[in-house]
Design a protein around this ligand. Structure first.
Ligand code: PEP
Ligand code: MG
Length: 321
């Protein structure tokens, strides 16, 4: 079975009915970059940067960001890299107690990710500047987590515009067309994905948080874990709506949450219209194998029924029948 999977590593990812699917990887630590090519991924769809802030007292400066990105761009050797800006807070706390201020009784709904970054430009700006500088070294995209309203997006885009001017003035090289995208992981952003799609270059659905917030369950609370249901029709409708918004705006929409790499959902996601998956390297070839055996036309019918189902259980039955 494993040798079978290895054989398809270099094959194009095309469904039985000729639809090409893009398979990228999620990366958490720099050492994982060695695996990207090994599994035949087309690039990195999610590079989480929180690791740089862990186990230390002070945040990394611009140079450290830049050097870190430069070294992985070197390893990727031409494959595209999607760097997600800092997503601290909630389930991703740093040690050293830098996140001062009042204790948040509801951290998942509190000051995290882009909210924290916009409140503390001294934390955010060096990272954005470093990502922009790194874009001179290879194909780099910048991805913003936890967007919930348009104003956040505008503030980020404003910062990017200012930095472009500053870097140009100083003759520091960067990719003038660097793509800036957003994660769709808050239901408000999924419902209004069409609005975000007008201003961003790409979207990526973060199902880990999207499910948490849609179902109003803390993703790390074991008491309510049983409600964490990727097949809940509400989740499927939000995913579908986001995919449609991207299609209408003519921008790519990926999925980088765990759901994208859970092979029992691959067919349903294809049917819903997902064409870009970003998954853990360990499961990429399994997803690829399913894609290569799928007829998307048929899966679209399945997805239409799933969107009309009454419960996750009903969707599961549909998928099994
Ligand atoms: C997600 O929320 O689905 C996601 C990919 O981001 P993280 O798991 O890092 O919050
Ligand atoms: Mg998330």
């Amino acid at each position: 079975y494993l040798t079978d999977l290895k054989k398809i590593r270099l094959a194009p990812t095309v469904s039985q009915d000729g639809v090409t699917i893009d398979l990228q990887t999620n990366i958490e630590l720099p050492r994982d970059f060695e695996n990207v090519r090994e599994v035949g991924a087309s690039g990195v769809g999610l590079y989480r940067t929180e690791f740089m802030y862990m186990n230390r007292e002070t945040p990394p400066d611009e140079e450290e960001h830049y050097e870190t990105y430069a070294s992985v761009i070197r390893i990727l050797d031409g494959l595209p890299l999607t760097i997600r800006t800092l997503d601290l807070g909630a389930d991703k706390q740093v040690d050293g107690g830098r996140q001062s201020g009042p204790v948040q009784s509801n951290p998942a709904l509190g000051l995290r990710a882009i909210r924290l970054c916009l409140k503390e430009p001294a934390l955010f700006r060096p990272q954005v500047r470093a990502i922009m500088r790194a874009s001179a070294l290879g194909p780099v995209r910048m991805m913003i987590p936890m967007l919930s309203n348009v104003h956040e997006m505008e503030q980020v885009l404003q910062m990017v515009t200012e930095l472009k001017q500053e870097l140009s003035d100083k003759r520091i090289p960067f990719d003038h067309d660097i793509a800036v995208g957003g994660m769709i992981e808050v239901p408000a952003a999924a419902v209004c994905a069409d609005i975000f799609a007008k201003h961003l270059d790409f979207l990526s659905i973060g199902t880990n948080d999207l499910i948490q917030y849609t179902m109003a369950i803390d993703r790390v609370n074991e008491e309510v874990n049983y409600l964490y249901d990727p097949l809940h029709p509400a989740v499927l409708r939000l995913v579908h709506q986001t995919l449609q918004a991207g299609e209408r705006a003519g921008i790519p929409v990926a999925m980088c949450g765990e759901m994208a790499g859970e092979t029992e959902y691959t067919r349903l996601l294809l049917g819903l219209g997902l064409r870009e998956f970003s998954v853990h390297p360990a499961v990429l070839l399994e997803v690829k194998q399913i894609v290569m055996h799928s007829r998307i036309r048929d899966l679209e019918k399945l997805a239409r029924k799933a969107l009309q189902a009454c419960s996750g259980g009903d969707v599961l039955q549909l998928m099994q029948s």
